[in-house]
Design a protein around this ligand. Structure first.
Ligand SMILES: *Cc1c(COP(=O)(O)O)cnc(C)c1O
Length: 371
């Protein structure tokens, strides 16, 4: 007799409440859907300049030991990071990217049903985790200029007393940045909250642009090897906070979750400062190329502190159309979803040849598609 088959077994209520959809459609999916075997990847802020050759060599040399787990303490990498930041190693937790560490922070500090606060339309993984852990993501709007509205965040936090306030600085998708004084003002202005400070793009700037190192239980900073270091696919990043908070992470983090090869690559990447500086220089040139392109086409843009630029197409409809037209020409870009940024198209800095191709495509689309 066949076993009776049950068709429903409910997940936890917070999970059941989430609509079944794919929140992050990757370029591979777009390729499958469109029958492409290549795509100009300018939509996910990956580094087109790749990892440091020294990191690649170190990772290649390590490959035969892939049968071993990585060091669950990521000790050598944390030691190198501690030197870099002038911190002690117990202030650093390594994880498989900021995305994972952000999930740990939410899981560790957010009771189910509690509120969090962020900008509406900012980097979405934070609220993705909040919803997944049964929290309530609340938002305030960006300023009309597409920058973080610190006053609005503070005012809303006064009413809401959110457990966690999230700020990406520099911000994705706007590329804008607030000063370290404004970050300090936000930190002081939300005394009941943990400030989760996502500094994914920090390596494109001078450290002096950032809040000085401050070890406080209310502050967790997140950094990554995915952007300037070009190791997005290796999945490695780190959190900086007090030893107490890092210990808390240690209670719940996946002890063997960090790829062994990624640990090795990250250490080598960290030591190749010349390579990272060359990437930072090329990215600055690339941003300028995009600014010049926008100007030559009579389009506005947002000044960026990252490896991408937002170009203004005046209406969300036109921006959506541009994304589709670019995809039809084999170019992958993204468009922010919430106002005031939803009339922009976000394009990552490519190599000079990729930037050129993007420019040619955009120019031809604008000739065909009337404003
Ligand atoms: C790219 C990005 C991340 C993702 O970082 P990973 O370390 O690759 O998980 C996190 N935050 C922001 C703001 C980003 O733009």
């Amino acid at each position: 007799m066949p076993l009776p088959v049950r068709t429903e077994f409910l997940a936890a209520p917070a999970i059941e409440a989430i609509p079944a959809s794919t929140p992050f459609i990757g370029p591979e999916q777009l390729m499958r859907e469109n029958g492409y075997d290549s795509l100009l990847r300018l939509g996910a802020n990956e580094s087109t300049f790749g990892p440091s050759p020294k990191a690649l060599a170190a990772m290649a040399a390590e490959l035969p030991r892939l049968s071993w787990y990585g060091d669950p303490e990521s000790y050598d990498l944390r030691e190198a990071l501690a030197v870099r930041h002038g911190l002690s190693i117990d202030s650093i937790c390594v994880g498989s990217g900021i995305d994972e560490l952000m999930g740990l922070a939410v899981r560790a500090y957010l009771p189910a049903g509690a509120a969090t606060l962020a900008l509406r339309g900012t980097y979405p993984t934070f609220s993705y985790h909040v919803v997944g852990y049964g929290g309530i993501p609340q938002t305030v709007d960006y300023s009309p200029e597409g920058t973080a509205d610190i006053d609005a965040l503070i005012a809303r936090a006064r009413e809401l007393k959110p457990k966690i306030v999230y700020l990406a600085n520099p911000d994705n998708p706007s590329g804008s940045m607030v000063t370290s004084e404004q970050v300090a003002r936000l930190f002081e202005g939300v005394p009941d909250s943990l400030l989760l400070l996502d500094e994914a793009y920090a390596d494109f700037l001078d450290e002096a642009a950032f809040l000085p190192q401050l070890l406080d239980v209310r502050l967790i900073r997140l950094r990554t090897f995915s952007k300037a270091y070009g190791l997005a696919g290796a999945r490695i990043g780190y959190a900086i906070s007090t030893a107490r908070n890092i210990q808390t992470f240690g209670k719940i983090r996946l002890q063997y979750g960090v790829n062994r090869n990624a640990q090795i690559g990250a250490i080598a990447a960290l030591h190749d400062s010349q390579f990272v500086q060359s990437v930072v220089g090329e990215v600055a040139r690339g941003r300028q190329d995009y600014y010049d392109l926008a100007k030559s086409l009579g389009l506005a843009y947002l000044g960026s502190h990252t490896n991408f630029v937002c170009i203004d197409f005046q209406t969300p409809q036109r921006a959506t159309r541009m994304v589709a037209e670019l995809l039809a020409r084999g170019v992958f870009v993204r468009k922010p979803g919430a106002p005031p940024l939803d009339r922009f198209v976000r394009v990552s800095v490519g190599t000079p040849a990729e930037r050129e191709r993007f420019g040619v495509c955009l120019r031809s689309i604008l000739e065909d598609v009337p404003a």
